[in-house]
Design a binder for this molecule. Structure first.
Ligand code: PBG
Length: 328
């Protein structure tokens, strides 16, 4: 018994005294099934390759992808998300809708490795165009919104046909969700889920992703991705995607936009996903390697924060490792 000369009735520290009590009162819990692991597949690669700006993440071959998908499934990870880098690029990004192209094949390989695992395919042209933009260009070099939409539609049908459970349109073209939904439905893919990258910001934190997909981009995407200064605009994007038929909406990046994420959960009647992007990954990895912070603790804290802000699912490059930590 502690003697005290103060009459303090309210003592919040009572609920923090032991690990067991802290567990009992925890408001937020991560679960492996909420985690989605992005994976990169590169056409023509003969061995997996480390991505220097994302230590611990690799570009995959067929064999290493299938192993990684296996491991993710074994750990209980909820889904994998695939990005493909083609061997040849052109102004249209035509490898994106090649039924035998790198991304369609990657989807098939992932489904073959783990038939029960939800497989999400990215729908965007930036990995496939020789200029690195997310859509085709007008003669004066701007990204042509409406000319890009039918290409997304073609790409989506090919990926659905390859067996993707879910598509993630990430190009930030106006009207993309509606056009893709209509094309999928017309082709009989009424069950293919659309995870809309709704509030996607023109972010410096996508930096390492450029290396991961060998991006050809010069300049930036500020004319189509959102201004980091704006939250209400993000909510408008979410409402539009919901009206166009999005099954899941997303806020991306995650940590600098937790306010947007939290507000999104209040207006959305579908699950809200958050994407902890390549640069957020790299910040923790490089800081940990420099001895500046405790890696596992900071990964768990970052992901718990995203969950606490309201995310139903979290796309992140640690998913399999974190799922193992959670299990044991
Ligand atoms: C576009 C796309 C990007 C990311 C996911 N999809 C790059 C961009 O918009 O510039 C970034 C993901 C990350 O940084 O982890 N297809």
């Amino acid at each position: 018994m502690n003697e005290s000369r103060y009459r303090i009735v309210q003592r919040p520290r009572r609920l923090r005294r032991t690990p067991a009590v802290r567990d009992l009162v925890a408001e937020t819990r991560l679960h492996p099934a909420d985690l989605i692991e992005p994976m990169f597949v590169v056409e023509g690669l003969d061995a997996p390759r480390e991505i220097a700006s994302m230590p611990g993440v690799r570009q995959h071959t067929k064999a290493s992808l299938q192993r990684a998908v296996h491991e993710a499934a074994d750990a209980g990870v909820g889904a994998v998300m695939l990005f493909g880098t083609p061997a040849v690029r052109d102004p249209q990004g035509s490898q994106a809708w090649n039924p035998d192209g790198v991304l369609a094949n990657a989807v098939r390989w992932a489904v073959e490795a783990e038939p029960g695992m939800p497989v999400i395919a990215d729908v965007c042209l930036d990995e496939f165009t020789d200029h690195g933009h997310c859509g085709v260009l007008t003669p004066d070099g701007r990204v042509d919104n409406d000319a890009t939409l039918p290409l997304y539609a073609k790409m989506s049908v090919v990926l659905a046909e390859a067996g993707a459970t879910m598509l993630g349109p990430s190009g930030m073209m106006d009207g993309q969700i509606g056009v893709i939904r209509e094309a999928l439905d017309a082709a009989g893919h009424t069950d293919t889920i659309l995870m809309a990258y709704s509030a996607k910001y023109a972010s410096g934190f996508f930096g390492p992703f450029r290396e991961a997909v060998d991006s050809q981009l010069t300049g930036d995407r500020r004319a189509y991705q959102q201004d980091p200064a704006n939250a209400v605009e993000g909510l408008r994007e979410i409402e539009l995607d919901l009206a166009e038929g999005a099954d899941i909406v997303m806020v991306k990046p995650a940590l600098p936009y937790l306010d947007v994420l939290n507000r999104a959960t209040r207006v959305s009647n579908v699950p809200v996903a958050a994407y902890v992007v390549s640069g957020e990954y790299a910040m923790i990895e490089f800081a940990a390697r420099a001895g500046a912070l405790d890696r596992q603790r900071c990964i768990m804290e970052a992901l718990t924060g995203v969950k606490r802000a309201g995310a139903s699912m979290i796309i992140n490059y640690w998913a399999t490792e974190v799922a193992r930590w959670l299990a044991g």
